[in-house]
Design a protein around this ligand. Structure first.
Ligand SMILES: C[S@@+](CC[C@H](N)C(=O)[O-])C[C@H]1O[C@@H](n2cnc3c(N)ncnc32)[C@H](O)[C@@H]1O
Length: 248
């Protein structure tokens, strides 16, 4: 995702109105985005708190923040359904690819709203349609073709239906709720295992303990499916994402 970072983070921070001097809470920061990008934007007069349910997920983010010369976020553990912050502590809340993993989404949205000051905004990025996301579509499709569909991909696309997350925000009392879609396209050289991290991250639990020949068969099927999408030695990887914003 690293080379897609700016194509995703800039529109997300723009949509949330993140500006110099803001106090920003980034939820489910994982490897650190968009917290790291937000810290550059808010500058020394602002503050960015990056957070994640699983502290270990932020190890890379903490390392990257420590290596920065300019402004850096602070990172702390936080469950977005029970945030350890006072009411109205932040001007902006951001979350990139996190809210779809929270079973109690209404509880999470209420917590996001609580920690925002009146007039503060949340900007949430979720995955759009699976067939608009080449990595998920090809990797997931190959695994499901050979091992069957165990439903484990579905949560990623929980808010892929237009209006699904905005509807929940309106029910939760948010105002100025809106959504916008974007589909940045990354191009990668054909013949490389650029899909390996996606396979491990999204389907790793299914490959664990699988005989080597079956795993090799899945990898060959992924390679074959991507080869069918190549042109001029490059494979386009569109990523359909949705940005949902709301104001407290
Ligand atoms: C796909 S990662 C997204 C990481 C990063 N924001 C990015 O876009 O690369 C999803 C993250 O959500 C976190 N997460 C899941 N449930 C959570 C919750 N209830 N509260 C906070 N974080 C949660 C996971 O630990 C994981 O790090």
């Amino acid at each position: 995702m690293a080379d897609m970072a700016d194509k995703l983070n800039r529109p997300l921070l723009d949509a949330g109105g993140v500006a110099e001097g803001d106090r920003v809470l980034d939820l489910a920061s994982g490897a650190g985005e968009p917290a790291l990008s937000a810290a550059r934007r808010v500058g020394s007069r602002g503050l960015v708190v990056g957070s994640d349910l699983v502290p270990g997920m932020m190890a890379g983010a903490v390392r990257r923040a420590a290596a920065l010369e300019g402004e850096a976020p602070v990172f702390t553990a936080a469950d977005m359904t029970a945030l350890p912050f006072a009411d109205g502590s932040f001007d902006r809340v951001t979350c990139r690819f996190g809210v779809m993993f929270v079973p109690d989404i209404a509880g999470a949205l209420a917590e996001l709203r609580r920690v925002l000051r009146p007039g503060g905004t949340a900007a949430l990025m979720v995955w759009g349609r699976r067939d608009g996301n080449a990595l998920f579509e090809v990797v997931g499709g190959a695994v499901e073709a050979l091992l069957g569909d165990d439903g484990s991909m579905a949560p990623l696309f929980r808010f892929a239906e237009p209006g699904s997350l905005t509807g929940l925000m309106r029910e939760g009392g948010w105002s100025a709720v809106a959504e916008s879609d974007l589909t940045p396209v990354r191009k990668v050289p054909a013949g490389q295992p650029f899909w390996q991290a996606t396979l491990d991250m999204v389907c790793g639990h299914r490959l664990h303990g699988l005989p080597e020949d079956r795993r090799a068969g899945i990898e060959a099927e992924i390679t074959r499916r991507f080869a069918g999408r190549a042109g001029d030695g490059m494979i386009p990887l569109p990523a359909h994402v949705r940005i949902v914003v709301g104001t407290r």
